[in-house]
Ligand binder design. Sequence first.
Ligand SMILES: Cc1ncc(COP(=O)(O)O)c(C=O)c1O
Length: 377
Amino acid sequence: MNDQWLKQSNDVKGKNELKIWLNGSLLSHEEATLPVNSAAVFYASNVFEGLRAYWNEDDGELYCFRLAEHFARFRESMKMMRFEIPYSDDDLYEAVRAVLSGNEVQEDVHMHLVGYVAGIGLEATEPSGLYIIPRRRPRSDDPKGLSCNISSWTRTSDNAIPIRLKSGSNYQNGRLAALQSRADGYDQPIFLNQEGHVAEGTGATFFMVRKGRLVTPPLTADILESITRSTLIDSICPEVFGMGVEEREIARTELYVADEAFFCGSGYEITPITSIDHFPSGRRRGRPDHEAAVARLLGCRARRRRAVPGVAHAGVRRRQGLDAHPSRLCVSNARLDVRVGGINQRAQRFNVEVGPRPNLYVAHALAGSLQQAPGIR
Ligand SMILES: Cc1ncc(COP(=O)(O)O)c(C=O)c1O
């Protein structure tokens, strides 16, 4: 056993480990096991979602990012994999609540919500099960950004191993590319698809700024239908920051002359890319001002607290008036339209509906990471 493996293993087993929710029980990492002959273990026949919950110190509450959309995508992945888990969306919401409240979480965490096939063999579709692994994960505040390369590995195509389907098995493509990047001295790869156009990162959506426009590859470019991507396209960029996003194919060489580039995702939040194949990103080449540029681009104001669409109440510390039906809270929040510095009419109606005080706060790390970026404090 090498030292790093031993350290990771001890960290996980340490007294600080957060318990895993497995089919209704909260278990230690050692107790939470699956049969080695299951399709889940052998073929990685699973589907999963990466969820974020943010602790709001002022409010003493946890808020999850767009649970309803994550659950919807989870079900789409299961549909493509031709299996189901016997849990409704309300059950899923309760499971998330159980893992957070059971672990008495009072900090930012990331969770993997995993539906799996416990049966044996490649074609097994049942029985199925569900687990949630929480881990401590603060908001991204790495000011360094990522040096990226264009991977020599191709993003798997929709007709072979569709990336729209969020299964653990599909991530081997990302693993190969990420390890190759590390071996070659980069932080992360950017995939091209089989047509040779830009696709995405291993676990994040790619955005760039060129000639004053914010551009991202289309949903047909062999990318995951990212929830952060649609949050930027549908809400934050047009409604909060007054700029649209162009969804179009991106050629490799555009990356070398892009003004700015960043990854986004529930896990990555907004992570600046500082160079691609050693071509520095950012107008002022060679200067580490990319975070400020991204912040400027998104019109961020220093320390301004804002509510962000889709931040749903996790309800870990229940309060009078906020204790509405969980799925309603979650789904309703996902439809809310929230503006900087205030809450619009629909949001107000929502407040009247579920409780005396706003159920929306600055929690999403898009805002968090931008607030933390140098140059905009
Ligand atoms: C391959 C891939 N692309 C993009 C994303 C970003 O998606 P989201 O914003 O829904 O987290 C992820 C994260 O799950 C991912 O794994």
